[in-house]
Design a protein around this ligand. Structure first.
Ligand SMILES: Nc1ncnc2c1ncn2[C@@H]1O[C@H](COP(=O)(O)OP(=O)(O)OP(=O)(O)O)[C@@H](O)[C@H]1O
Length: 307
């Protein structure tokens, strides 16, 4: 079932188009990664999805409810950690949750709080003041708060920023469990490895536009199936590859990727030598998300943007 649907979403501020005709769709039980370099438009998109700012154009539907015309019903379906979760640090985790459960009109507050606290593994410390919590514990408290209303859609903006590897691992486990229980999770990050481990699908945004959407399992399946070569004269190699109907992708003015199995590499090198093509280097590259991210956030001159 489709939980989140974003159509043609656009945000213009002054003359600048910060988010440009974005389309996305996230299903029940799916972890959807929203990836992009700094300043690409991730936070602005998320702020529109949760109704914190108004879109200039386009629509957001959550479980079929339009955020513009049916805001209250749409928001009932959403739990979100956007920017740093706000907590009262001089109160206990429990009192914070009571406060938010009241604000959100959660029925059977105590019972629901017990459930979410157990889920995020904070039971032992929930009556301690939040100011004594580690960053990872605060983050889990934020997650508990977001889950109070049993959301169908969970939105996490850079959820593991600043967490140590153990904190990241714990958080990832919780997200996976939620997805397995049917929650649709929309998570933004610029940490590629993390997205690879956590997401079913990812979209990459650059300059406000979605430049690609990929199924993570499919990307990972293709790992190691191409070589990257650096040459003196790329035109000469292109001509040769075209003549032999070998597919390739130009990375920059002297680098290109050629899909092939490792077993074919030595024959390929011999082939190039026979053509008097001067090879500066050759390496197997993984078609990982990192690679994709690099490809899609690189400008025409091959300069990597601030990923
Ligand atoms: N209110 C605003 N007025 C003008 N420009 C803005 C405004 N809000 C955001 N921007 C600009 O829009 C672009 C996208 O910002 P946004 O915060 O959405 O990016 P991001 O992908 O979340 O980046 P980061 O990973 O650094 O948080 C940036 O260039 C930012 O400076």
């Amino acid at each position: 079932m489709e939980v989140l649907r974003v159509d043609n979403l656009t945000k213009q501020i002054g003359k600048k188009t910060i988010v440009n005709r974005v389309h996305m769709q996230v299903n029940e039980g799916e972890v959807y990664g929203f990836l992009g370099p700094n300043g690409a438009g991730k936070t602005t998109t998320i702020r529109m999805i949760v109704g914190l700012i108004q879109a200039t154009e386009g629509s957001v539907r959550i479980c079929g409810y339009d955020i513009g015309t049916d805001r209250e019903k749409a928001m009932k379906m959403v739990g979100a950690i956007v920017e740093n979760p706000e907590t009262y640090s001089y109160l206990s985790g429990y009192k914070n949750l009571i406060h938010y459960a009241r604000l959100a009109g959660i029925p059977n507050k105590e019972k629901r709080i017990k459930e979410v606290v157990e889920f995020v593994k904070l039971t032992d410390r929930i009556h301690d003041k939040v100011k004594t919590y580690s960053l990872g514990m605060r983050q889990r408290l934020g997650l508990a708060q977001a889950l109070l209303g049993k959301p169908k859609l969970l939105i996490l903006d850079e959820p593991t920023n600043g967490l140590d590897p153990e904190g990241i691992r714990e958080f990832r486990g919780l997200v996976r469990q939620l997805a397995d229980q049917g929650t649709a999770v929309f998570v933004s990050s610029h940490i590629l490895k993390e997205m690879e481990a956590i997401c079913d699908r990812i979209a990459i945004i650059k300059n406000g536009r979605i430049v690609t959407e990929q199924n993570v399992a499919k990307v990972l399946e293709g790992q190691g199936q191409k070589v990257r070569i650096k040459v003196d004269d790329i035109k000469q190699v292109e001509t040769f590859l075209q003549q032999n109907e070998i597919s390739y992708q130009v990375v920059d003015h002297n680098t290109m990727d050629i899909p092939m199995d490792e077993s074919e590499v030595s024959e390929f090198v011999r082939f190039l030598a026979l053509q008097n093509i001067n090879l500066r280097s050759i390496e197997t590259v993984k078609d990982s998300l990192e690679e994709l991210f690099f490809t899609f956030t690189t400008d025409e001159e091959g300069e990597k943007k601030n990923a």
